[in-house]
Design a protein around this ligand. Structure first.
Ligand SMILES: Nc1ncnc2c1ncn2[C@@H]1O[C@H](COP(=O)(O)OP(=O)(O)O)[C@@H](O)[C@H]1O
Ligand SMILES: [Mg+2]
Length: 246
């Protein structure tokens, strides 16, 4: 593992680097545990483990929204390594801030606000099945930080697959879903989504290595709730969206 740079906008010490593999070099994002910012609500030194657990849930369920992520030993000690996605920064066809009158047909308004100039704005997202898969995944892993910038489009093809990054604050035992993707709140899961949730819960040993026992139980409970009740609704109290939003 060779580090080649640091992401200065990241809230933790987050590096980009290269891992040599038998198939050639792979570009990665590396988050050493030692570089994790202390949070009041998550136990110290666990964010990298949550990154890997999120990948395992995504892969086991067939959500396939998290790039390949493993634990590695880096120059600053243990941490996570996630395959780098060459992302298209323009995702305004998926999530956007618009004037209320400009909300496109079929888009879901999530949040109303005011621009720096004092004009009314709406944060909204498209009714896109790829975003919905991420929304179901986030509800399952209890993602507390689904910003617009954590949705990655890997190709110039706008209909290509979407991936998602930054799952360091997932799997808390308390409900902490903070997302911009509330458009489907309260809707029942489709048969395909039910199958993904069930597949993700079928064998929890791979995530039990990474999470506390009560966090694995909470994951099971959230899965059961998703199957029985559909996608959660935003809480009446407490934050429902991440900050910053992007
Ligand atoms: N696997 C990845 N591929 C491409 N870009 C990524 C990847 N992981 C993170 N990023 C980019 O780097 C930024 C910071 O990474 P993030 O995981 O959000 O770190 P932090 O936990 O410090 O907030 C992200 O907002 C995203 O733009
Ligand atoms: Mg982040």
């Amino acid at each position: 593992l060779t580090l080649t740079g640091r992401l200065l906008t990241a809230s933790n010490a987050t590096f980009v680097g290269t891992v040599e593999t038998p198939d050639g070099p792979v570009e990665i994002v590396h988050k050493p545990i030692r570089g994790e910012r202390e949070l009041w609500d998550f136990p110290t030194g666990t964010l990298a483990l949550r990154e890997v657990a999120a990948y395992r849930v995504s892969a086991a369920g067939g959500f396939d929204v998290v790039p390949y992520t493993v634990l590695v030993e880096g120059p600053f000690g243990p941490g996570s390594a996630q395959r780098w996605v060459e992302a298209d920064e323009e995702i305004d066809d998926l999530v956007d801030v618009v004037a209320p009158g400009d909300l496109a047909d079929g888009w879901f308004p999530v949040l109303e606000g005011e621009s720096a100039e004092g004009d009314a704005v709406v944060v909204a997202h498209a009714d896109d099945p790829r975003l919905r898969t991420i929304a179901v995944f986030d509800a399952l892993v209890n993602n507390a930080d689904r910003k617009a910038g954590h949705v990655l489009r890997s190709s110039a093809d706008r209909s290509g697959p979407l991936l998602a990054c930054d799952h360091g604050v997932s799997f808390h035992v308390d409900d902490k879903l903070r997302t911009l993707l509330w458009g489907w709140a309260g809707q029942p899961l489709t048969t395909a989504e039910q199958a993904m949730v069930a597949a993700a819960l079928a064998d929890l040993d791979p995530v039990a290595e990474l999470l506390a026992e009560e966090e694995v139980l909470a994951l099971q409970e959230r899965g059961a709730r998703l199957l029985a009740e559909g996608l959660p609704r935003p809480p009446e109290r407490g934050p429902a969206v991440p900050w910053p939003l992007w």
